[in-house]
Ligand binder design. Structure first.
Ligand code: SAH
Length: 377
């Protein structure tokens, strides 16, 4: 498979990874070999969970993080081109590449296919994500607002089907990337602390914080819309976790409610340019301007600084690798806000400039991801 990589994207990766950058980018076209799940230790301990889940699927415990388990390997399917296409939005197509069905909201158009035909789900540049069966009449596409359009029968990558596991439906496990699990480990949330999650939906890291503090910390979780707050509730309810204080607002405005210097710990995990995500099936993606994101992240970190008690700790994470969203935000916090950089505990990625942990997809077999940690002095 040949991939065309746009110059703007190359430039971002070259700045962070140097001469290896093309290989790093190409590694994003495969899923990580390890598929990680986090054990919901609020309900079950890892040994017990492994014993129970072993009948359904083979898992291993991570060597370092007690509550992290993983399933090894994925299969890559040879896909046939049926020359009948359902063109999907990029994120919807990428989800089908790892097994999801395609729903109306993700469909852009249907080309050369009829109901019940075998079709390919493709991106706008015709990268093939999967094979499936078209379940609607093409002429009905414009009359329907929701519902299944293509039943996926062969995704590009066959990953373990977590949703069918008993343990998943009982809320005992939560799929999460390894760096995401590590992010909350770096935060080291403790019972009796006041902990703020400024960008909480859908609640993956939040649920980890609640589990680790056994529901005994004062946790405030913020996200911007009702829909996002609903997603958080769904996640926590599935996992059987107590709800924190949930605030629907721009996290930069919650000083109106809580004042300043109220938090012992803050997790800042903002929406970013997402360039570390994998597996990618095309690099023909909308151009992202890291400068705009970087500016946004600085506006958030400035507020995080205000909310933190003196001595309080901030963990920052993004699933991208642009310098503007990582080094520049770190430098801003250290130079302008005079925050004290803290050493990373779990040095699993490459730690640059002593404090900035970079997960390189090619080397660390993870998504591209960055974590750093600061104290308010
Ligand atoms: N921490 C989450 C993932 C966060 S994704 C998890 O582990 O599951 C980033 C989230 O930040 C999105 O839900 C987005 O709506 C939210 N967000 C972005 N800017 C925000 C802001 N200014 N205030 C509150 N939430 C924000």
């Amino acid at each position: 498979m040949k991939y065309t990589i746009p110059e703007w994207l190359k430039k971002i990766f070259q700045e962070t990874f140097g001469s290896d950058f093309e290989e790093v980018l190409l590694s994003l076209t495969r899923p990580p070999k390890r598929y990680y799940l986090r054990v919901n230790t609020f309900k079950i301990n890892t040994k017990e969970l492994i014993k129970r889940i072993q009948e359904e699927i083979k898992v291993k415990q991570d060597e370092i993080i007690e509550e992290a388990i993983y399933i090894e390997g994925y299969e890559e399917n040879e896909l046939t081109n049926h020359y009948r296409y359902v063109v999907a939005k990029l994120d919807a197509a990428e989800s089908t590449a790892v097994g999801a069905d395609l729903y109306r909201a993700g469909v852009l158009s249907i080309k050369n296919a009829n109901k019940n035909d075998l079709v390919n789900i493709v991106t706008q540049d015709y990268a093939i994500a999967s094979e499936g069966v078209l379940v609607i009449e093409p002429k009905d596409l414009n009359n329907i607002q929701r519902g299944l359009v293509v039943k996926n029968i062969k995704p590009k990558f066959k990953l373990p089907s977590i949703r069918s596991l008993k343990a998943f439906n009982e809320g005992l496990i939560y799929p999460q990337t390894y760096p995401s699990i590590l992010t909350v480990k770096e935060l080291e949330p403790k019972e009796n602390e006041t902990i703020l999650d400024m960008c909480a939906a859908p609640g993956g890291k939040l649920s980890h914080i609640i589990s680790l503090t056994k529901g005994k910390a004062k946790i405030i979780a913020v996200d911007k819309s009702n829909n996002k707050i609903r997603k958080i509730k769904e996640t926590l309810q599935t996992l059987g976790l107590p709800l924190p204080i949930l605030i629907k607002n721009d996290a930069r405005n919650i000083g109106e409610i809580f004042g300043s210097e109220f938090a012992d710990k803050i997790l800042l995990d903002p929406s970013c340019s997402d360039l570390g995500l994998r597996p990618r099936i095309t690099f023909n993606i909308p151009e992202k301007d890291p400068k705009i994101y970087g500016k946004y992240h600085k506006s958030l970190i400035r507020k995080a600084y205000e909310y933190l008690k003196k001595g309080g700790i901030l963990v920052y994470s993004v699933c991208t690798v642009s310098k503007e969203e990582t080094f520049d935000v770190f430098n801003y916090a250290v130079e302008e806000l005079k925050m004290e950089p803290l050493e990373i505990n779990y040095k699993i990625g490459d730690v640059k400039n002593n404090y900035i942990e970079i997960f390189n997809p090619l080397i660390h077999d993870t998504v591209g991801y960055v974590i750093f940690k600061l104290r308010k002095v």
